[in-house]
Design a protein around this ligand. Structure first.
Ligand SMILES: Cc1cc2nc3c(=O)[nH]c(=O)nc-3n(C[C@H](O)[C@H](O)[C@H](O)COP(=O)(O)OP(=O)(O)OC[C@H]3O[C@@H](n4cnc5c(N)ncnc54)[C@H](O)[C@@H]3O)c2cc1C
Length: 566
């Protein structure tokens, strides 16, 4: 069993597969160091799960659909909410994660935006570190093998191109390419929209899994649905620009102000105000900034001082400390923030057992689509990775119980890919990968960003092809040991393949829904039918798309019909 990635989805998959059958030969390949990479360890806010008698799976399900503007895959959303309860209990009792308690010893659950019940389990505001530290220890305890600083480049097929055989992997330390073959392969590299001027995910993320899946011909869905988090830190010139101030801060009552001192959320959403969902708050802040009511750093201000310094320091110690490093004083003074690219709702089409339509290929976590529809609720992301990682591990163990053949990879495919990826090495003239990446980030920020428009999206689709052509001529030093410029080139190509998908899908959705806002189509069109946009890679590298109606299996939006039972 091969696992690409080592975030929550991958770790839960490996642990569940091992616990189902300790004889399985499991290999984890991760771009980073163990326990250090990915977004799971960056989770601040927490994990949504039904634990309290006053709450219910039906309530969590309906909150998830409302947040997703009813284009979620309802079977996936139902699996998320139901299995989250078992998953979190196992994470405490089997893997040793320990979440904050109330004085009576029961697990503390806090408010998060868009929820009808306070159901977010957390460990202070450093929840991800608890989850990843404990699950990494369990991986080590079981002796599951990990290849650190190894980067998956592409999925491999057999000669007939009928089944996935594993992946082409690069040892980042030496530049050596290797074929890793497996009877079952999991892609769990964690999405991460790092192709934007401001973004929240970790720096090693570059949309690798999604690009690999696209190139492998896997069907993808809802690639236009990119979540911008409203409160990314403004730190001019720093790599931490865009890093998050978590949602719990707004949940606890922090205010947002424009440069005229107006608490503008009272105007955009008088009922929910700063507690409105991320799409609404991000769009409101963006419109304020674009209307010239931003601060010199290009953002707006979040102010938590009125909550009291002791309250802020006690409840948000991680954020207080982090912002202090950059000269802010969160507990006493406003902090400048901007919307920042945060999460991808879209991804590979999978079923609730994380199987794709391609034999031997599974996808879990942020690389998979469907669960969150048009907008993810805060706290449902890490829940998704843990729940579907667990589903994946169990399903892969079941699959491997009856089929442990390791098909041989197509040698021509391997050679072709190796030649392609080595091509820029030693080229002495041509564009610099980081320059092209920065141009792509600006292109995405302006034309495939928080508010989109048809003409700009059409331009973006052409410009991304021009950038891809330039990328194929880029120069990269010959030295292969820790060749970061080669890494930047590999990342650039993946970001470009991702933008092919996102810009095309965004151009086809002629409405405003959830995270996807169109200035030329400002309304949400439930009346004309709810649909998802599916796509695959066409012969020329561009996506071939198809719109299909949403299966309203368990519930419909109030605009269409009364909800059914879930
Ligand atoms: C700052 C921040 C805060 C967040 N806070 C919350 C929150 O409070 N609540 C919530 O629900 N969600 C939150 N999220 C979202 C949540 O973190 C993600 O949805 C979730 O962690 C994704 O898990 P994953 O396992 O799919 O991916 P990740 O945890 O990102 O793991 C991906 C793994 O793949 C590896 N990898 C990447 N590319 C390759 C490659 N080519 N080859 C090999 N390995 C590779 C990475 O190194 C990493 O190990 C937050 C996200 C961010 C960025």
């Amino acid at each position: 069993m091969l696992t690409l990635g080592m975030g929550a989805a991958a770790q839960l998959a490996a642990l569940n597969a091992y616990d189902a059958n300790p004889d399985l030969n499991i290999l984890i390949v991760t771009k980073a160091l163990r326990g250090k990479g990915g977004c799971s360890r960056m989770v601040q806010g927490g994990f949504n799960v039904v634990l309290d008698q006053g709450d219910s799976h039906q309530k969590h399900f309906m909150d998830t659909l409302k947040g997703g503007q009813f284009i979620n895959n309802q079977e996936m959303a139902k699996t998320l909410v139901e299995q989250a309860t078992y998953t979190i209990k196992e994470m405490e009792t089997i893997y040793g994660c320990f979440f904050d308690r109330k004085p009576d010893g029961t697990v503390h659950q806090k408010a998060f935006a868009g929820q009808s019940f306070d159901r977010t389990v957390h460990k202070g505001d450093l929840t991800g570190i608890e989850i990843i530290s404990r699950t990494t220890e369990q991986i080590m305890k079981r002796g599951i093998r990990v290849l650190e600083e190894h980067r998956a480049l592409d999925l491999l097929y057999d000669r007939e191109r009928g089944q996935v055989t594993g992946a082409l992997v690069m040892n980042i330390r030496t530049g050596e390419l290797m074929v890793v073959e497996a009877a079952a392969t999991l892609v769990a590299t964690g999405g991460g929209p790092t192709c934007y001027r401001l973004c929240a995910p970790g720096p090693e993320k570059s949309l690798d899994g999604l690009a690999m899946l696209y190139r492998a011909g896997v069907e993808m869905m809802d690639m236009e649905m990119i979540q911008f988090h409203p409160t990314g830190l403004i730190v001019p010139g720093s790599v931490v620009a865009g890093a998050l101030l978590e949602e719990g801060l707004r949940g606890a009552g922090a205010y947002l102000y424009n440069s005229e001192g107006e608490r503008y959320m009272l105007r955009y959403d008088p009922e929910k105000k700063e507690r409105a969902t991320r799409d609404v708050v991000s769009r409101s802040s963006y419109l304020e900034i674009m209307a010239g009511r931003g601060y010199p750093g290009g953002g707006v201000m979040i102010d938590a001082a009125h909550l009291g310094k002791d309250f802020v320091e006690k409840n948000f110690p991680g954020m207080t400390e982090r912002t202090r490093l950059f000269g802010y004083d969160l507990a006493r003074k406003p902090v400048e923030v901007s919307p920042t690219a945060h999460f991808l709702m879209g991804g590979a089409v999978v079923n609730k057992d994380t199987e794709t339509a391609i034999p031997r290929l599974f996808v879990a976590g942020e690389d998979a689509g469907g669960v969150h529809g048009a907008n993810r609720l805060g706290g449902n992301g890490i829940a998704d990775s843990c729940v579907f990682g667990r589903q994946s591990g169990k399903a892969m163990a079941r699959f491997l119980a009856t089929d442990r053949d390791i098909p041989e990879s197509d040698p021509e495919m391997v050679q072709g890919l190796a030649d392609h990826y080595r091509a820029p090495l030693g080229r002495v003239s041509g564009p610099v990968p980081a320059d092209l990446r920065d141009r792509l980030r600006e292109l995405n920020w302006i034309k495939v960003g928080i508010v989109r428009q048809g003409e700009a999206l059409a331009e973006a689709q052409e410009e991304v092809e021009e950038l891809m052509a330039e990328a194929m001529q880029a120069k990269v030093p010959k030295e292969t040991n820790y060749n970061m410029i080669w890494g930047e080139w590999l990342s650039l190509v993946n970001m470009l393949d991702f933008t092919r998908m996102s810009s095309k899908s965004a151009s086809l959705r002629e409405e405003t829904r959830g995270a996807h806002a169109r200035s030329d189509f400002p309304e949400q069109n439930d009346a004309t039918g709810l649909y998802n946009i599916f796509l695959r890679r066409g012969e020329d590298g561009r996506p071939v798309t198809e719109k299909r109606p949403v299966d309203l299996k368990y519930a419909s939006p109030p605009s269409i019909a009364a909800p059914k039972e879930a």
